[in-house]
Design a protein around this ligand. Sequence first.
Ligand SMILES: Cc1cc2nc3c(=O)[nH]c(=O)nc-3n(C[C@H](O)[C@H](O)[C@H](O)COP(=O)(O)OP(=O)(O)OC[C@H]3O[C@@H](n4cnc5c(N)ncnc54)[C@H](O)[C@@H]3O)c2cc1C
Length: 400
Amino acid sequence: MTALISFNGVLDPPWRAAPDPGEQPKPGTPSGLPVWGEDATAVLVCRQVQDVTDDVRTFLFQADEPALFQHDAGQFVTLNLEIDGRAVSRCYTISSPPTRPHLLGITVKRQPDGLVSNWLHDTMAPGTRISADGPFGVFTAARHPSAKYLFLSAGSGITPLMSMTRTMYDLGSDADIVFLHSARTPSDIIFRRELEMMASTVPTLHVAHVCERDAPRDPWGGLRGLLTADMLPLVAPDLTERVVFCCGPAPYMAAVRQMLLDRGFDMQNYHEESFSFGDLTVQEFPSPPGTQAATDDEVGDDGTGGDGARTVARTFTVEFARSGQTFTCGDDENVLDAAYAAGLTPPSSCGQGMCGTCKTTVLSGTVDMQHNGGIRPREIAQSKVLICCSKPLSDLTIDS
Ligand SMILES: Cc1cc2nc3c(=O)[nH]c(=O)nc-3n(C[C@H](O)[C@H](O)[C@H](O)COP(=O)(O)OP(=O)(O)OC[C@H]3O[C@@H](n4cnc5c(N)ncnc54)[C@H](O)[C@@H]3O)c2cc1C
């Protein structure tokens, strides 16, 4: 029987025709397919490996049991791998669109000395089986319908925007997309030919690239250098009418934010996703009130207080019950960060409360958890938490 792998998608975009889980399957009609694996783990079998650029490959997977995949364009999966006897998890955007549900694709750039990206490039071959959780994430145009978009990406940050573009193209969407991608050289432009093909066949997709320099056998005649503020109105004169999705390295996204702010762009229409573990803060634009330094009222009982300045946060003890390790964690600190500071390495991946890799159970105590969809209400009711986005409200004992 063919199943529909939905993982835990949160929306119901127009391309999705999810059946009522209790409904009987109607063979031959996609809308009649049962939802399979609501709890989010799938065994994937590599079907094909595609060379995209010199250091980027797409890996296409099918489900172990015949199935169709269902996600929102822009979401990601967490791969759970065992490499050299060590369990490792990494997040990868589903670069394939939900409109092509027979295969799930990820597009991976080799990182110098990177454990998983190199393992995938060197080891993954048709027939290799892996386990994945997901999909996760809220970086998707499905949540922000608009007549006009501006997609800005750099390097491997192109993958979620490519999934969104492929989806809108497949659906014959009349949304107008300006897609501006930054690469080192023309040879490093990921999906260059596919983007050109799509842009050449529909009037609603406009693609431009910015390259830092020529490639040895591929000179570049387009926009050159790093992305600058002057380039934005060149490709999108109606910039302020667009919803912006941005994905790339942290300095690139910081520069984009500044360019948009300088142009008076309404940052409510700006959405970004970070791939880097070092940039784990969830950004709000502009910063909402209350995110500044705490006031006297917020200083804990053991704070020294005085003159409106924040002094000492309350500190709690966290015990990892299974390993017997104990560490301290301030009430302004996520448990995961405190664990890392104490030299522990609990499993984690996105660090943003989305992927679920750090999910565990609180055996005693309470936390303030600010997640981004990586945990379900019924799991919370079972005392499960994501420690990457949970601050202690008391001493804690955690099943880890
Ligand atoms: C939501 C999300 C979606 C993502 N989607 C994609 C995608 O579509 N495509 C993609 O290619 N990537 C994507 N990523 C990034 C991906 O998850 C991995 O982070 C990336 O592939 C690197 O993993 P790695 O195991 O190869 O490198 P790691 O082993 O994690 O190392 C990363 C880098 O840090 C350096 N490093 C490692 N350890 C140290 C150390 N102790 N000191 C100093 N430097 C160190 C390494 O040299 C390497 O350059 C995504 C990430 C997130 C959070």
